[in-house]
Ligand binder design. Structure first.
Ligand code: BTN
Length: 308
């Protein structure tokens, strides 16, 4: 594991952009020079290229890992795993034990990644797999909007960072060219009128290829690898921005603008029933309004949506 002291060393090396002496680092961290050398050795083991010389240490390059020290300002909130069964399971335990709002469980890979409707989420190295613990002060009725918000955050980030035409499929899949690049899973615990926590699981196919016909990755779309650190920092910042909008109408406005579902013929499987027709709107709680072929309107709260 890369610890706090190592995070401090990286911060000092990055701030200088040049060599920093072992003496200066040991004074800054209040530990011996031997200790500094051991921390440097650990960083190198994790893929950091650090050049030693008589002038000290120089950071040449950093690996694209989602270690807490790579997210300045968030370090204390990030719980990093090289591999875990599912970040949802870990986050649930943490949330039940009182983990604070904004705690993030992140893994480089998952052995039993979970998708919506009991499906498996393929989670090889190269993707982003995280669960954010939120404790919104809203009524449980607003909970479905939290995953809509997260899908808007991911789509906006992909558009802004890479100029790719990311769109949304109800309820909260992010698509590029009709193929899924990100999935979102929300788990909530609540009392009648108060949310205890909503765990927001986000899986993004970044530098990995998924062998499913209707899935893609950012690397496949761009033809080059991208920085997962950059993507995750931007998504987290966007979620923070969107959270303030949970009870506001504009949130749905943003979702509707990015939607690939509205005005389309769809078939939604909800509670074992198939509802086919034209998707005409989402209401304030995030439910999909479908105009069926017989002219009736159906309000669908959850389900699997197929674009026809
Ligand atoms: C979907 O089916 O579209 C939702 C996929 C959610 C996957 C993410 S990856 C991080 C978190 N941990 C999990 O096991 N699942 C979610």
């Amino acid at each position: 594991m890369v610890n706090n002291a190592e995070g401090e060393i990286l911060r000092a090396l990055r701030a200088s952009g040049d060599y920093v002496s072992g003496e200066a680092l040991s004074a800054e961290l209040g530990v011996s020079r031997v200790c500094i050398w051991k921390h440097i050795r650990n960083l190198v083991r994790h893929g950091y290229v650090i050049k030693p010389s008589s002038r000290g240490y120089h950071l040449v390059s950093a690996p694209d890992l989602l270690l807490p020290c790579e997210f300045p300002g968030w370090e204390q909130k990030i719980c990093h795993f090289w591999e875990v069964d599912s970040t949802m399971r870990v986050a649930k335990g943490l949330a039940k034990r009182g983990a604070e709002e904004g705690t993030i469980v992140v893994a480089e890979s998952q052995s039993r990644g979970r998708g919506r409707l009991g499906r498996e989420w393929s989670s090889p190295v190269g993707g982003i797999y995280c669960t954010v613990i939120l404790r919104p002060k809203v009524s449980p009725a607003y909970a479905p909007r939290i995953s809509l918000m997260a899908s808007v955050a991911v789509a906006q980030t992909i558009r802004r960072l890479f100029g790719l035409p990311a769109e949304l499929k109800w309820p909260n899949d992010v698509l590029i060219g009709g193929k899924k690049v990100c999935g979102i899973l929300a788990e909530m615990e609540a009392e009648m009128d108060e949310v205890d926590f909503v765990n927001l699981g986000i899986g993004i196919n970044v530098n990995c290829s998924i062998s499913q016909q209707r899935a893609t990755s950012l690397r496949d779309e761009l033809g080059t690898e991208v920085s997962r650190k950059e993507v995750l920092s931007a998504v987290l910042a966007e979620i923070q921005r969107q959270q303030g909008m949970l009870t506001r109408e504009d949130l749905l406005g943003e979702w509707k603008e990015l939607s690939a579902t509205l005005d389309r013929e769809v078939a939604v499987v909800s509670l074992g029933e198939e509802i086919a027709g034209k998707a005409i709107d989402v209401d304030t709680s995030g439910a999909l309004i479908v105009k069926c072929r017989d002219g009736s309107l159906r309000r669908v709260l959850a389900g699997d949506c197929l674009h026809l």
